[in-house]
Design a binder for this molecule. Sequence first.
Ligand code: SF4
Length: 477
Amino acid sequence: MLNGFYSKKITELRDKNNMSVKELADGTDVDEQTVLSWETGESVPTAENFYKMAKLFGVSMDVFFDAEEHKKSIEKMNGMESLNQLYRIGCGPSSSHTMGPEKACILFKEKNPNADRFKAVLYGSLAKTGKGHCTDKVIENTLAPTPCEVEFDCLKSDIEHPNTMDLSAFKDGEQIDFIRVFSVGGGRIELEGSKSANEPIVYKLSTFKDIKAYCKEKKYRLWQYVDEVEGEYIWDYLRVVWKTMKDAIERGIEDEGVLPGGLEVQKKAKYLYNMEHIGESAETRENREVCSYAFAVSEQNASGNRIVTAPTCGASGVVPAVLYYMQLKHGYTDRQILEALATAGLIGNLIKTNASISGAECGCQAEVGTACAMAAAALGELFGLKSDKIEYAAEIAIEHHLGLTCDPICGLVQIPCIERNAVAAMRAINAVNLASFLSETRKISLDSVVETMKKTGLDIRSAYRETSEGGLATLNI
Ligand code: SF4
């Protein structure tokens, strides 16, 4: 990851200045744990942190953003994880607030089959926004039928990670087991005292340029590279992914009522799906249907129901919306849809590896922008476009999301997230149409736009990166 470049640079400058971790933490107004996470590449400093470090070290900001160094850093990267780490199946609305706790509860329940009662205590961000994110509902449902009491402790501040959770198991009134879990993002968890190992690297190539060249040499379509690397297993996995996506759409277009969290947002997928006008044009119908599918998945996500991260919970509606619409309209087989999902997965994986798919790290361009690029690439595969045109479609899709902020109202994945998924699904259709006419004239590559997205994300102020401190989040509604 690019994080590796920054982490090396920060450690190098701190050593050169004979500065301890504590001194750097004090000088940048963060805690020591945060500095350590920068230096181990687990997180990236904000633009404000970079500014403070540049002043402390007496260097120019450019030191952190040297284009040549960046390039070398990218070249040194050696591969990508399996698509099963990008497409994760679980309960929304947030991979860190619902998928991580769900995973922890599954493990704890398996470990304690004889427990007659569980207790969960949530701390930090899990406690402060857990109610809106349905964390308690996910915990109770996962541990059921054994009852579980869920407590939100918003006051405890001496925690090792902002998303911390304690789980206790009881039998006949006696505590029989206890674990402390950290939900570290993307649905991943770590148990206190044992850091989880990194996921294995399965793809040796990690730029679109290299993958395209390899596929041209082997006369492969992009999904055939996925097949060669991951083998038969991935098709079984993608089949479950596609079924979960379809289930979410089909549940969503039947669902009604108000979303949880207190914003009183009405579910609209069913209304959109059914509101056909007399004499509706084909274009309007397409727009309405695609948007209703995107609303359906996004509303299921916001309700804490089962979805697939594509690439995240917040952006989970874009890819399924376009694929479901195209399958119904043109009769593509499930196998063709799986090949399109594999192609989309490659694009999402490239962005995850070389930039970011996290709204907290790079704004919504990294979430919905990536989902749009994935959807455009998936459509390119369905339409049988060559890899140059698929690249162009994905590049258009992400390019026109550059700078998009993440400012959800009340921290709930509802406004603007749900509509944004629908708009991005339509934009993906536009992007692939444009690419199919114009690819010979394009000037920039997908890899360079991905790199630009990362740099743009680092320039976005933290108020606009999933903190609910700026933009739409400041509106009184
Ligand atoms: S606004 Fe933020 S929370 Fe909502 S979809 Fe975009 S990145 Fe995710």
